[in-house]
Design a protein around this ligand. Structure first.
Ligand code: MRU
Length: 337
């Protein structure tokens, strides 16, 4: 069992582990300031699509703490500030819009802070339950005791609960379907070698970290039985935005005839996007490529192109696991079933 909590609400403050310091240091950020939460999302101190949605919901509630006047203005300021943090993961907008609706229905209540706080707790609880169901539904993807390859981080650190793709791996391991996990290091911010490795170590699941460019060689040598990743936004037709490098894995899996799965809650499905073309891809700062942990590894004046996510076309995806079921192509997804 793991012994850390990614997100907790206690004594009118939100507490979350600083993911930029992991796995070398386990430091917690404690705040009741929505601006600090927004900054933490921007800096990836907290990251992962569902986790961003959960902390943003708490952020909107906290914006109303101790507010007796100008509530409406402060609410919309905090809503816009949190909305502006990261553009790709739709869970952020899903959670903020849910909270906005509740604010608008109750804005004249004296008790608005507590009303929004229970709504945020509901968003959190809902994600915990969805993670559990995703893991259950994901068990259907294993044909035998498998070597699994995953990308980025999709576990407790990325969600309000026990994770999406990583929770499928965890449940699969408990049932004897997972032999070992190949963990893509996930350049540039190393969510694989830092965060997924940290979680797998805590779960006592055997793993090996590989560089992102190792996957083809492993697949060629029949060392990978299946690939599973998370998602930041899924279009109705199944096109999926996820961490940069996911598309490479999907192409490689297709070439080597290896199943390629996506696991995500329905809050990651964007019903306004018929296909992936409309999904906005976040572009990150060049310093994240030219330095590692503040240490320069290349020249500061070099040009860089750093999209945080890529788009995997639906035809490369063997199945999409949500809390409702394992969807098979052709995809016609919605956020209800
Ligand atoms: O930039 P990040 O670390 O927030 O990107 C995270 C991912 O791409 C995850 O795979 C995705 O959010 C799913 S998390 C359950």
């Amino acid at each position: 069992m793991s012994d850390f909590k990614c997100i907790e609400f206690y004594n009118d403050k939100i507490i979350f582990i600083d993911q930029t310091k992991l796995p070398l240091e386990e430091i917690y950020i404690k705040t009741d300031d929505y601006n600090r939460i927004a900054e933490a999302i921007e800096k990836l101190e907290i990251r992962g699509a569902p986790a961003i949605g959960v902390v943003a919901a708490y952020g909107l509630a906290l914006a109303m703490k101790n507010k007796s006047s100008q509530k409406e203005q402060e609410f919309y300021n905090s809503y816009e500030r949190l909305r502006s943090t990261r553009p790709t993961a739709v869970n952020l907008f899903w959670a903020l819009d849910k909270m906005k609706l509740i604010f608008e229905q109750n804005k004249n209540s004296e008790n608005i802070y507590h009303i929004l706080l229970s709504a945020a707790k509901e968003v959190h609880k809902d994600d915990i339950e969805k993670c559990e169901m995703i893991a259950q539904n994901g068990l259907n993807i294993f044909q035998k005791n498998s070597n699994v390859l995953t990308h980025c981080n999709t576990g407790q650190l990325a969600t309000g609960g026990d994770g999406t793709a990583l929770n499928v791996i965890k449940k699969g391991f408990e049932k004897g379907f997972v032999k070992m996990v190949y963990v893509d290091e996930t350049r540039p911010l190393l969510q694989g070698s830092r965060l997924t490795a940290f979680e797998l170590e805590k779960l006592n699941i055997p793993f090996k970290i590989i560089t992102d460019s190792t996957a083809a060689f492993l697949m060629k040598n029949n060392d990978v039985d299946l690939v599973i990743t998370g998602a930041d936004r899924i279009a109705v037709n199944g096109d999926t935005a996820n961490k940069i490098g996911t598309y490479n894995l999907a192409v490689l899996s297709n070439y080597h005839r290896i199943p390629f799965y996506i696991a995500a809650p329905t809050s990651t499905i964007d019903c306004d996007c018929e296909s992936g073309e409309k999904i906005k891809i976040e572009i990150r700062e060049k310093s994240e490529i030219l330095s590692i942990k503040g240490v320069k590894i290349s020249k500061e004046d070099y040009e860089v192109y750093s999209p945080a996510f890529d788009l995997t076309p639906n035809e490369l995806i063997t199945g999409i696991i949500t809390e409702k079921k394992l969807h098979k192509p052709p995809y016609k997804l919605n956020d209800k079933d």
